[in-house]
Structure formats: C-alpha cells, structure tokens
Design a protein around this ligand. Sequence first.
Ligand code: FMN
Length: 191
Amino acid sequence: MKKIASVFVILLLLIGVSACNRKETTEDNKNNKIIVVYFSYTGNTKRLVDYVVEKYDCDSYRIEAKDEYNKGDTVFDQNTRAYKEQHDPTCRPEIRYELPDLKEYDTIFLAYPIWHGLAPKIIYTFLENVDVDNKRIIPFCTSANNPVGDSVNSLKHIKPDALWDEGIRFASTVEKKEFIRWLDSLVLSPA
Ligand SMILES: Cc1cc2nc3c(=O)[nH]c(=O)nc-3n(C[C@H](O)[C@H](O)[C@H](O)COP(=O)(O)O)c2cc1C
C-alpha cells in the first residue's frame, strides 16, 4: 500500500513539474509575439512548424502559390518549373492569399525547404511585400543535404534591416526531439 502511495506521489510531482515547465514557456514569451511563416511542398518543413506552434502557442502563416506547384513542377531536373524559377533572379511566384499584418509581431520564424540550393523563390516574394525592419527573423530549413547558409545570405539582401539569426538546417526526417532541443536553446527575449 505504502509503495502504491509513493508511486502516486511521484506521478503527481512529475505532472506538476511538466505543467510548471509549460507555464514558464508561455510566461517567458507573453510579451514577445511570435509568428511562424512557412512554405512547405511535401510537408517535411510543415511538420517542424507544427512543433514551433505547439511550443509557443503562436500564430502561423502558410505561404501558398497562386499557381499551385504539382509533382511535375518539382522533380529534381532542369526542365521543371522549380528549376527554372530558382535559376531566374527576377522570378517572384505570386502568393495565393492575403499576406499577414506583421506589425504586432516581434519574432518571425521563417521556414522553408531548400530548392536548388536556395529558399524557394516564393519566399522572396513574401519578403519583398512585408515590413520586417527591426524584427527578429529566425530562419530554418529542411533539405536533403544542402546547408542553410547560402539561402539566408541571399534572403538578407532583400531585407537588410531585419535582425537575422544565422539560421539552421534540419534533415527532412529529423527527429522531433532533436528539433525541440534546438527550440529549447533559443532565447526569445520580450520586446
Ligand atoms: C524542387 C526541389 C528542389 C530541391 N533542391 C534541393 C537542394 O538543392 N538541396 C537539398 O539538399 N535538397 C533539395 N530538395 C529536397 C528538399 O529540400 C527536402 O526534401 C525538403 O525537406 C522538402 O521540404 P518540404 O516537404 O517542406 O517541401 C529539393 C526538393 C525539391 C522538390
């Protein structure tokens, strides 16, 4: 009986500790309004975006192309729409839905897959049409093997007055716990 009672007490303690941790996260970020803006074609990046939303209980905005991509557009070879767009410096695919008003946000997670070494051109369309000056942008990408660096350097040219984090790349199949470890390492200070 005594044993059952102690197991019960331990369980209660564990539940208490986890509730406390969750509260701490929410409290820490209550003055720091966060949004995750993302593009994801096959869903790998979106899976990670969902973890961010789950952790911070924050808003998200999915960038979708007016002229939707389909399988043939994104095959990894030179005659596809994606390849041509990524190699055309002037290409800015149109976004389907109204853009979010970013005025109220302090921190923007910007998430995307790597397409032919860079962020998909629709991310450029997005950045060119919003005001992110003095806002913190935390880029992260998923990819088969390319690192994130070139994509972030290129995006920085579009919005040099945003406060860019270095950015980080995750493998398309990264485990949740590895991603969460990175999220936990971020210091998101209140505005
Ligand atoms: C059109 C296209 C181009 C890609 N180019 C690259 C690339 O240059 N380097 C790389 O490591 N992965 C590349 N990939 C793989 C994707 O970055 C990877 O599968 C990513 O996780 C997809 O994310 P998503 O499911 O959110 O769209 C490419 C995928 C597609 C569809």
